[in-house]
Design a protein. Structure first.
Lengths: 249, 216
């Protein structure tokens, strides 16, 4: 395999075309238990991280928002409350199983009319240029094969002045926390995956993919290379998760 | 707050507070409807003791609390927890806002409307209790709760009235603040003078002792 055609899938090096299918396999497998696992793995703290993402989004009534890798629709639900009937939220995910779970959940919560559902690849978003006021991607970028292409695609669909928000696992800022986090990720997570979702491999991939994801500074540099301005990041829970924000000039 | 570090605990506290407020509002339709009229406005509430800085956004179905807000703010208010309680209890909130220790900015009328909603919150426990315990038991429990609430409210009002009557009666015999301050000042002055006198007496004693020694 030539180096240009390969990428990471956790700690493994795989062909770029192969990664899409492997990631799809992971999410087909975990979709049904995704919300339960999120609550268990993070002890509910993921809700706090998402709250802060909404606060920094600057989304107002009437805005158009794109929630990429929106999965089970946590952010979409919150955005839809803010934009109201004059706005629009698009829940996009490359994985049909996740999209179905998200759509069913939002409809069950009475969120209809404001949200559109689109199965889309973040690297080549099927939307016009300068279309959205805000684009968010929560816990999705690390699964994207070509992150630079995805960032350029997000920049394209954003209106000038629009904001990109990337909520993603990152690098803990304290050595002791990092050691504890490693222990937790490589022992407790696969065990929880085995017990709850009957799938330890997918949660081992989760832990590995987090380690292979660019750290705070590197992701910020990638956003700047893609063309975002005023890029910045905010560490949460000691840097276990970071929220990156960039503006389209 | 470190710009690049967001305290998770503060976020959790705000989320919990929001949940409590929204649960209470679901049990008081009248307050929820009044609050819905303030939808679209943003209130910045800053509390110094305990330390809390939040933005309150009324919505059609409750409130949203945020620890961070980058848009326009309708009104802002800052003060200690005691000041907030005083404002809530006050029979003349406008006067309390103007004459109290709180700092107000922006549209104070909107702020007073928000205060009125908070002060008039009257939770109807019957609906959740009947949902859990059934119609008969739930109704009885709600009746008991209402009775208990009325009893506490009446007792508090009676206590307030009695304290007021007592202070009115005792007022002529009680020292005013300025009298107390004057007395305190006099005591402090007397204390300082006594110390000076003692020091002077000790110095004189030393002088006399020195002279007596020389004469011998």
């Amino acid at each position: 395999m030539s180096e240009q055609n390969t990428t990471h899938f956790g700690y493994k090096t795989v062909n770029k075309n192969e990664k899409v299918n492997l990631v799809a396999g992971v999410f087909h497998s975990v979709a049904a238990k995704y919300d339960v696992m999120n609550d268990l793995m993070s002890a509910g703290v993921h809700r706090i991280w998402k709250r802060f993402t909404i606060e920094l989004s600057g989304v107002r009534p009437g805005h158009r928002v794109l929630d990429i890798a929106g999965g089970t629709g946590d952010l979409t639900a919150k955005f839809s409350r803010i934009v109201g009937i004059d706005g629009k939220v698009v829940l996009a995910d490359i994985n049909a199983s996740m999209l179905k779970v998200g759509r069913d959940k939002l409809i069950d919560h009475g969120i209809v009319g404001i949200v559109d559902y689109v199965q889309a690849n973040a690297e080549c978003l099927p939307f016009p240029d300068n279309y959205f006021d805000c684009v968010s991607i929560a816990f999705g970028l690390r699964n994207v094969t070509d992150k630079d292409a995805a960032l350029r695609s997000m920049l394209r669909v954003l209106k000038p002045g629009g904001r990109l928000l990337i909520l993603e696992f990152s690098k803990p800022q304290h050595a002791a926390l990092g050691k504890f986090y490693d222990l937790y990720s490589f022992t407790a997570l696969p065990l929880l995956g085995k017990l709850i979702a009957n799938d330890s491999d997918s949660y081992r991939y989760l832990a590995e993919s987090i380690r292979m994801h660019p750290d705070q500074e590197m992701l910020k540099a990638m956003m700047e290379s893609a063309g975002f301005v005023r890029s910045e990041f905010f560490n949460m829970t000691g840097g276990i998760v970071a929220l990156h924000r960039g503006i389209k000039a | 707050m470190n710009k690049n570090s967001i305290p998770t605990l503060k976020g959790a506290a705000i989320a919990t507070l929001e949940r409590i407020i929204n649960t209470a509002l679901r049990l008081d339709t009248a307050s929820r409807e009044k609050l819905a009229l303030l939808a679209g406005q943003v209130f910045h509430l800053e509390c110094t003791r305990p330390d809390l800085d939040i933005f309150l956004l009324p919505q059609s179905d409750g409130v949203q609390l945020a620890g961070h807000w980058e848009g326009n703010v309708t009104a802002g208010i800052s003060g200690s927890g005691d000041d907030y309680l005083e404002l809530l209890r006050s029979s003349d909130p406008a006067a309390t806002l103007i004459n109290g220790n709180m700092t107000v900015s922006g549209d104070s009328k909107a702020l007073l409307r928000l205060r009125d909603v908070a002060a008039a919150l009257d939770i109807d426990w019957e609906a959740p209790l009947t949902r859990v315990f059934g119609d008969i038991v739930g109704h009885q429990m709600a009746q008991s709760l209402r009775f208990g609430q009325r009893l506490i409210r009446d007792a508090a009002n009676s206590l307030r009235r009695q304290i007021y009557d007592y202070t009115q009666e005792e007022n002529p015999w009680l020292a005013h603040r300025w009298q107390f301050d004057q007395f305190k000042h006099d005591v402090a002055d007397l204390s300082a003078r006594s110390e000076q006198l003692l020091a002077r007496a000790a110095q004189l004693q030393q002088t006399i002792a020195g002279r007596t020694k020389r004469n011998q």
